[in-house]
Design a protein around this ligand. Structure first.
Ligand SMILES: Nc1nc2c(ncn2[C@@H]2O[C@H](COP(=O)(O)OP(=O)(O)OP(=O)(O)O)[C@@H](O)[C@H]2O)c(=O)[nH]1
Ligand SMILES: [Mg+2]
Length: 348
């Protein structure tokens, strides 16, 4: 019997549904008695995704402060840490602005670390609505560049949100699958295909101009912060999240910052709620314990990705946090544009 865990890499633009797919697939695997772990990745620290995945009972760790390619050694250390949980499957979610994963991460993994893992095919997820926009006639050139590069290096392209869309733009390159991480439709078939090993991994490496790539990533502003609040009167995590999301959405919209993904999670003694929006004025996706009772103490994590200036983003978020009624402390705040990627390895 092969004792190595299967490492399933996932990519795709911000908000495509990567974390939701990990949780949906984890439920299926655990139903079969298999242990699952996840590695999340971000340019900053204080990740909503890590907290969320852990809150849902999945063993999770993270590579923070840069993408997998720039933190490859840390990815290996993190993978070794999660191997201690003895998972049969480890999901590795790449940060949503990242490209060139195949040459800088998958190939080094396959060539130098195949004693540790069986590396599965690289699934790149695509939100059909965003895909339509970014392959349309007048897309944001930076976002369209990142999206195209991500698709070009996929071993398997997965359109997500099948529950919301029936029309999909034509994407060339890898084979295409259709699924809904949220409802679970198509997830079992995708997982079976990925675990069967029928699709080879790291087959498509990119021609990519790193200056252009760095410029495209730098068009984004990134904010990660953690907040502790003691409110009076007590409010439920659902109320807290709803209030903050509405305030921030309105403030970012008035400052003409385009939201790529705004996500937050509120943890209280009575339970947690996580919510996110993918565009200004968008419908929020909400998960967690919506009926958790009011609490005084709240621990919040906010991760906001927009196109625009980091300074403006920081001011808007600080103003939104200041409106929380009660004693509020911003414990950590990092706001920046992603730095130029400098991969540790590149095997083209
Ligand atoms: N309707 C619908 N919503 C979905 C589906 N999959 C994900 N979502 C929602 O899309 C939003 C983003 O999903 P995530 O799983 O956080 O996306 P992600 O790719 O991990 O995003 P980043 O980590 O920011 O790159 C959340 O509000 C999800 O609930 C789906 O199949 N259908
Ligand atoms: Mg995610």
């Amino acid at each position: 019997m092969d004792q190595r865990p299967v490492l399933i890499p996932l990519g795709g633009f911000l908000g495509a549904g990567k974390t939701t797919l990990i949780l949906s697939a984890a439920r299926l695997l655990r139903g079969k008695g298999l242990k699952v772990a996840a590695i999340l990745n971000d340019q900053g620290s204080e990740l909503v995704d890590t907290k969320y995945v852990q809150s849902e009972g999945v063993d999770a760790d993270q590579v923070s402060g840069g993408c997998f390619c720039c933190r490859f050694s840390e990815l290996i250390e993190t993978a070794d840490r999660v191997r201690a949980f003895e998972p049969a499957v480890i999901f590795a979610e790449a940060v949503g602005s990242c490209a060139d994963i195949s040459a800088t991460t998958l190939r080094p993994l396959r060539m130098h670390h195949s004693n540790r893992f069986r590396l599965a095919a690289y699934s790149v997820l695509a939100d059909p609505g965003l895909a339509q926009e970014l392959t349309g006639s007048r897309p944001d050139p930076d976002l369209a560049f990142l999206f195209r590069k991500q698709i070009d290096e996929a071993d398997l392209i997965c359109f997500t949100k099948l529950d919301l869309y029936r029309h999909f733009p034509k994407l060339t390159g890898a084979p295409v699958r259709y699924l809904s991480p949220l409802t679970g439709e198509g997830v079992s078939a995708w997982l079976d295909e990925i675990l069967s090993g029928a699709i080879e991994t790291g087959t498509r490496t990119l021609e990519i101009d790193y200056e252009r790539y760095a410029g495209a990533e730098a068009s984004l502003a990134w904010l990660n912060c953690s907040v502790a609040a003691v409110v009076n009167p007590a409010i439920s995590p659902a109320q807290m999240v709803g209030m903050l999301l509405d305030d921030l959405d309105a403030a970012l919209t008035s400052a003409e910052l385009r939201i790529a993904h705004l996500k937050l999670i509120d943890t209280t003694p009575s339970g947690y709620v996580k919510a996110s929006i993918l565009k200004n004025g968008g419908n929020p996706g909400v998960d967690g314990m919506l009926d958790a009772s009011p609490a005084a103490a709240h621990e919040l994590l906010l991760n906001v990705r927009v196109t625009g200036e980091p300074e403006t983003l920081r001011r808007m978020v600080e103003a939104g946090i200041a409106k929380i009624p009660g004693h509020v402390e911003i414990k950590t705040m990092r706001c920046f544009s992603p730095a130029a990627p400098k991969p540790e390895w590149r095997i083209a």
